[in-house]
Structures are given as C-alpha cells and as structure tokens.
Ligand binder design. Sequence first.
Ligand code: GLN
Length: 277
Amino acid sequence: MNLSISALLASAALPESATAKLDAELLLAHALGKPRTFLLTWPEHQPEPEQAASFLALLARRQRGEPIAYLLGQRGFWNLDLSVSPATLIPRPETERLVELALELETGDSKRVLDLGTGTGAIALALASERRGWQVTGSDRVLEAVQLAEDNRKRLGITNARFVCSDWFGALQGSTYSLIVSNPPYIAQNDPHLSEGDVRFEPSTALVSGAAGLDDLTCIVAGAPAFLETGGWLLMEHGWQQAEFIRDLLAERGFGQVQSWLDLAGHERVSGGRWNG
Ligand code: GLN
C-alpha cells in the first residue's frame, strides 16, 4: 500500500533537532519535485513508490548527518538559488554580511572586483547581481568549484561575472581590482568543531588553514596590495577570534582605514582595509 504524504512525514525518524521536521519536509518535497507548500496542501496525496523510495533514501543519508544543502543540491544565498556540491563549502548566512559590507564600501573607479576562493560563486554572483556595472572575477584553486560557479552564473543569467582557476593570486598576474573580497578557509587544524555537523561533509581544503586557521588569510593580506588599485579595498571573512590578528596584519602591510565588522551574532567576522598605494 502506498503511504500518504502525512504518513511518510510522520514516519521520518530524524534525530531530535530544531530543524528535523523542516528537513523531512524539504527532502520529501525534493523527492516529489514540488514546492514544500504542496505537502501542506495535499497531506493525503500518495506519492509514487519511486518517489517514496527516493525520499527514504535521502532521509537515511540525512540520518547519517549529510548536510541538507548537499542532499538537495541547492542552497539559497543572498537572493540567489545556488547549486552546491561536495566540491565546495556550503554558502553561509554570515557571508551575506560580507556581501552587504562590500556593497557599502566606496570602491575605486574601475569597478573590477575579485572574489578569491569563490566556491559556488556565492559572493561573486551576489555582488554582480546587485551591481550590474561591476565586472566581477571569482577564482578558485579547485576546478570543480570553478565549473560549479560558472554553471550557477549561467543558470542565473548573470553576465558581469566570470570564473577562473587560480591558487589565490597565482593565475591573476597583471590584473588590478578596486575591491578584493574573500571567505577563505580559516578554521584551525585541530578545531573540535570540524567533527560536528555539516562541516564533516565539506571539503577540508575549504575549511582548514594551518595550525591556527590563519595561513590563507595571511597569504591574502600579503599578496593583495599588488592587485589593488589606489583606494581599493580588501575585505575578508574570518573566525570570530581572529579579527585582532588580521587588523594587525593589515596595518603592518600598509593598509589604511583598517577595521572589523560584527556579524548578526555579535562576533567580529569581517575585517578589511584600504590600499592607498
Ligand atoms: N564559517 C565556517 C564555519 O565555521 C567556516 C567557513 C570558512 O572557513 N571560510 O563553519
């Protein structure tokens, strides 16, 4: 006998969590190829056996801890629906803060913008969609990420962004930008947080950066001046205890207007400075 939507949802035994009910609904809607509202409107509807089986398979993966975003292959960021894959980090809400700040800054004249370690293309595409006059380049060392970001760009019909494969500034020699943004890996190697929740399934190359989580941030601060126009900004997301270190690094490297900004949780999450040449 086929089970109804409400029976399938009632049988979904996800571990107790704030999102267990929502997770089950999202997975069932995904298996049905319908919006979540369909479930609430048609609780007596009986999905096809293959649909029910696909729901149960997704549910089993969720029970093992796989992130919802990987199971759905999709995550909302800013006002964009992005495809995601295990090749990259899942875009986070705190990174929307970086986008917000980047949009508020007074950038140089060229309006050429660089997003280092773009992953899904989240930051680059959000900025390009908000500022059609900007030319945004997103770079990533991982080719699969570059391809994913490019797929996202095409699907969203954003024409003022492009993606290139580059290990930080490695393949960008000769270009200059009025704004450089980045959400690089910044977690310390042995941070216990790495064995909990979604991050267990994300690529460690996108998360971990040396003993203190500061290797990539340090490399970006060191390299950025050669790629910034006079008056251009460097803006980076970082861990909540890293702001002071990053501010010192920026000041030592010769940046002006060095400052940090809080995320919604009240942590210093983004720091940056202006390159005055
Ligand atoms: N904010 C993420 C986390 O703590 C890490 C993202 C990153 O390293 N850039 O899970």
